[in-house]
Design a protein around this ligand. Sequence first.
Ligand SMILES: Cc1cc2nc3c(=O)[nH]c(=O)nc-3n(C[C@H](O)[C@H](O)[C@H](O)COP(=O)(O)OP(=O)(O)OC[C@H]3O[C@@H](n4cnc5c(N)ncnc54)[C@H](O)[C@@H]3O)c2cc1C
Length: 431
Amino acid sequence: MPRVAGRHRVVVVGGGFGGLQCVLGLRRVPVDVTLVDRQNYHLFTPLLYQVASSLLNPSEIAAPLRKVLRRAPNARFRQGDVVDVDLAGRRVVLADGAELPYDDLVLATGTTTNFFGNSEVAQHSLGLKTLGEALQLRNHVLDCLERATVVSGDDERRTLLTFCIVGGGPTGVEYAGALAELVRLVLPHEYPEIAFGAVRIVLLEGGERLLPMFAPSLSAYARRELERLGVEVRLGELVSSATDESVTTRSGTSIATASVVWTAGVRPEDLVTTIPLARGVAGRIEVDERLRVRDAPGVFAIGDIAAARDRRGDVLAMQSPQAMQEGRYVARSIAAGLAGNTVAPFRYREKGSLATIGRKAAVGQIGPLRLRGLLGWVVWLVVHLYYLIGFENRFRVMLRWGWYYLRYDRPIRSIIRAAEGSGSGARPQRE
Ligand SMILES: Cc1cc2nc3c(=O)[nH]c(=O)nc-3n(C[C@H](O)[C@H](O)[C@H](O)COP(=O)(O)OP(=O)(O)OC[C@H]3O[C@@H](n4cnc5c(N)ncnc54)[C@H](O)[C@@H]3O)c2cc1C
């Protein structure tokens, strides 16, 4: 459906899981859609840790938004950073000064890394939230291994070969497992200068168990599997400070390390903190049961930035199925509104949670069903392939996984110094 002047204008800010589903859901609705994102690609975050651990290439988990929008002829893409919203004038303001008028606005800007106000930790840790950060982390780890082959002091080598991951949620667990496999696979064959046992991977979690959103038995399984891979799991440890050579916890534990990987929290993107909108749990925007923002006519908020609730009134978790369902719902709601109808309140359909630890080891919780081990891993593989955007990417990722499974190889290990600095958590590279 081509765009028509004077038609109802929908601006969607954020081409992540929620925003993209909203745009695609509107493709047959008589509206003109503008999708704004500071990046020109949709990022499949669940596989980001595989880019950081040398298994996948960035392009395999990043779908160009213009290519995706081929399926939506009534939509245009505008790359830009939204810095303000004029709620009274119904205009979105971009960093380059451009203004986009809207009749309906969908805010879907997701989250950014949360260092809980600890700027020292922010400065000295590596993030795993954006593609830039994943590449930076991959470079950094490979760089540490190279430098460990040439330094003469034992202390310095130990520091370079100790990797601390902060946060025992899915991202921390998945990255810890993948890093352990990378080290086990490449070190013995390619780094004769380094004794295999010299590498330490430490996972620090502030709570009492890993993967707190899963059943305790699955948390325990994840811990056992990580320990089998050689990861040291330390629970009840809250990080208080970090330098380029160490990390210290509130209990007084200090670990010499050149690598602090921060996966311990997220908070709403800065944009939503500057617009005067009601915010609730964890700073997320308060929305009603139709995902409309209170006191802001024509504005919807979806995904991680919105405090949408389930039937029991609990705020939904920050996960991609929630964001996608909300995006599709808002598209239906806008279409119904134009036709003079209303849709029933939003109801999240539970999709469950999955996390992988390593080869043939994953956990899954779908309603009352608990999955672990090989079965969990197979379900994890199928679900992630299914949701990855684009046939070509699915095919390439499947080939890489097959290669890895058969050949025990994580092949993407070139240290490429691309322009870095994706925002928070950008630790300066030491050459
Ligand atoms: C490493 C990692 C692993 C994850 N693994 C899983 C998983 O296995 N399963 C799962 O369900 N969930 C997972 N998640 C969570 C999942 O990614 C989020 O819940 C989901 O992305 C939320 O979708 P969203 O549309 O709200 O935001 P996002 O998908 O984050 O999209 C937000 C978009 O808005 C853009 N944007 C932000 N601010 C602006 C601005 N001011 N101007 C213009 N554009 C802007 C961003 O560039 C981005 O493209 C993971 C997250 C991370 C970081």
